[in-house]
Structures are given as structure tokens and as C-alpha cells.
Design a protein around this ligand. Structure first.
Ligand SMILES: *Cc1c(COP(=O)(O)O)cnc(C)c1O
Length: 232
């Protein structure tokens, strides 16, 4: 097996184990393979190894990889997982299956406008800052709660759920608390948004903390470094 295939198998095993421990099916947790550390060639290798969803945190890197010859005959589901500036929306929307990082009403509006011109409906997650870390992007729970009743006004986006990043201190019990806070906030928000919006997805968990995220109800984990260990 190639190193990438081996790493992917190990990450999948860890996901399955964490899910089983939480009494959940492994199939309830989707894996986004984060490719920001590697070349388009390596990213394509990960896709061919069986990881159908690839994530990038910088728009320019996503555009470059998507246009690279390595992806000529391949169609990954690209997920935009990092901060997205409004002037980069029009170029990003046609390339992606989901945007995890919607952190303001203005960005949501820009994505909605852009999706309307392409005639598609873009799947999005609303990013929530659950850690109170001012370095992190995302709505505060209070701000998102205030905005909840307006979420039905964006007809070219499908609002699928919430995303968060744990506090940067790499402490697993802090991460678990941040993830539990996102789940509890989702349960509250679900009662505040228009009925057609489901908020089924919780994008939380990275290489260092995806097991605790799965224990707290994560449905999408975004894993980078664990997939690229030992890869040049
Ligand atoms: C880089 C990144 C990840 C993956 O982080 P790893 O610790 O390398 O697994 C996940 N989410 C976002 C938003 C990122 O920027």
C-alpha cells in the first residue's frame, strides 16, 4: 500500500472506533481530506485512494488545485473550509460542493447571489466561534441567534449545519467542551430557524481532536496532517 493509502486506512479506522465508542455508525461521519499541505499530485492521489471529499482552507489554493492537470479526469467534491473573502466568492462557488466557513450575513448574501447566477444551490455551513478565541472567525452564538429568522431569505444556498474550530490550545477537554457547545447551540438554533432548514451537519474535529468531536456528535471531520504523515 502507498503511504497515503495506509494513512487514509488508519484515519478511517480511528473514525470507526470513535464512532463505535459513541454508539454511532461510522457512516454517520464524513471525512474531508484536507490537502492544503501538499501538491495537487498528492491531493489527486488521496482522491484516487478513496477519499472523495477534499478540503482547502485558502481560495487561491483551491482554485489552483482544481485547475491542475492532476485533476484533469478526476472530479473531487471540493469543500472550502477556511476564511473566504467576498471578492473571492464568484470564482469559488462554481468549484465547490460545500462551503464550511460562512461567518457573516454579507458573505452568505454574496454566496447566494453567486449561486443564483450559476443556477445551482450551494451547500453551506455557518461557522460559529464557540471558544471565545478572538483570533478565530465565526459568528458568536448570540449574533447567529439574532440572524436566525432571516436564514430563509437565501434561496440559492442550502444551509446544512454548523462548523467550528476548537480553541487553539490543543487541550482535548477544552476541545470537547467547544464541540459540545456547538452541538447544544445547534439544538437551540434548530428551533429558531425557518422550518425548512435542518442543520443536520456539524463540521468539527481535525487531526488532533476528531475522536472527541465524534464523541460530541460531529458528522464531518476535517483531517489534514494525519493523512500526510511520512509523505514528502
Ligand atoms: C488545516 C485545517 C484543518 C486540518 O487540520 P489538521 O490539524 O492538519 O488535521 C481543518 N480545518 C481547517 C479549517 C483547517 O484550516
Amino acid at each position: 500500500m502507498s503511504i497515503v493509502a495506509d494513512n487514509l486506512a488508519r484515519v478511517r479506522e480511528r473514525i470507526a472506533l470513535a464512532a463505535a465508542k459513541a454508539g454511532r455508525a461510522a457512516g454517520e461521519v464524513q471525512l474531508v481530506g484536507v490537502t492544503k499541505y501538499v501538491t495537487a499530485q498528492r491531493a489527486a492521489e488521496l482522491l484516487q485512494t478513496g477519499c472523495a471529499i477534499l478540503g482547502e482552507s485558502r481560495p487561491q489554493q483551491l482554485w489552483d488545485k482544481a485547475a491542475d492537470a492532476a485533476f484533469e479526469s478526476l472530479t473531487p467534491n471540493w469543500h472550502m473550509i477556511g476564511h473566504l473573502q467576498r471578492n473571492k466568492v464568484a470564482r469559488t462557488v462554481p468549484l465547490v460542493a460545500m462551503i464550511h466557513s460562512v461567518d457573516s450575513p454579507r458573505l452568505l448574501k454574496a454566496i447566494d447571489d453567486s449561486a443564483a447566477t450559476t443556477g445551482s444551490r450551494t451547500k453551506v455551513l455557518l461557522e460559529v466561534n464557540c471558544s471565545g478565541d478572538s483570533e478565530k472567525h465565526g459568528f458568536t452564538p448570540e449574533a447567529l441567534s439574532e440572524f436566525a429568522s432571516e436564514l430563509g431569505n437565501y434561496s440559492s444556498v442550502e444551509i446544512c449545519g454548523l462548523m467550528t474550530m476548537a480553541a487553539g490550545d490543543r487541550n482535548l477537554s477544552t476541545a470537547a467542551a467547544n464541540f459540545a457547545a456547538l452541538r447544544e447551540f445547534r439544538d437551540q438554533l434548530a428551533g429558531e430557524v425557518p422550518g425548512a432548514i435542518e442543520l443536520a451537519e456539524l463540521s468539527m474535529g481535525m487531526s488532533g481532536d476528531f475522536e472527541v468531536a465524534i464523541a460530541e456528535g460531529s458528522t464531518i471531520v476535517r483531517v489534514g496532517s494525519a493523512l500526510w504523515e511520512g509523505v514528502e
